[in-house]
Ligand binder design. Structure first.
Ligand SMILES: [Zn+2]
Length: 116
């Protein structure tokens, strides 16, 4: 199992936004599908959105890999994370999405390393 944590990049992105190096539209660009998946399957986060400061932050995970749709399979309901991450070649992407301003950021990716 390998894991890549993107929290440092998230902090840098938010700092760039504060300094005006990034426009809000560049980071608050969650697609309709992503926002809907986050609304339906996502878990509410206790922290407020880092951009609009509304309590509208959700965390949702998608799985990519063999046998899964090319656009990814949303994790939830019958498809639980533990089942997916034990399958070779499946990678899991955990994303935070704000339902208010559409801020979205990849928090973490993990899964089995590709066989070398
Ligand atoms: Zn927001």
């Amino acid at each position: 199992m390998t894991s890549v944590d993107h929290r440092l990049l998230r902090r840098r992105t938010l700092r760039a936004l504060e300094r005006g190096l990034l426009a809000r539209e560049e980071v608050c660009d969650a697609s309709h599908e992503l926002a809907r998946a986050a609304d339906t399957f996502g878990a509410a986060l206790s922290s407020a959105c880092p951009v609009c400061h509304q309590p509208s932050l959700r965390e949702v995970a998608f799985a990519f890999g063999r046998g899964l749709p090319p656009q990814g399979q949303v994790v939830g309901g019958l498809l639980q994370e533990e089942q997916l991450t034990s399958v070779e070649g499946v990678r899991l992407f955990r994303v935070e999405v704000c339902l208010e301003c559409r801020w979205n950021f990849l928090l973490e990716e993990r899964g089995q390393a590709a066989p070398s």
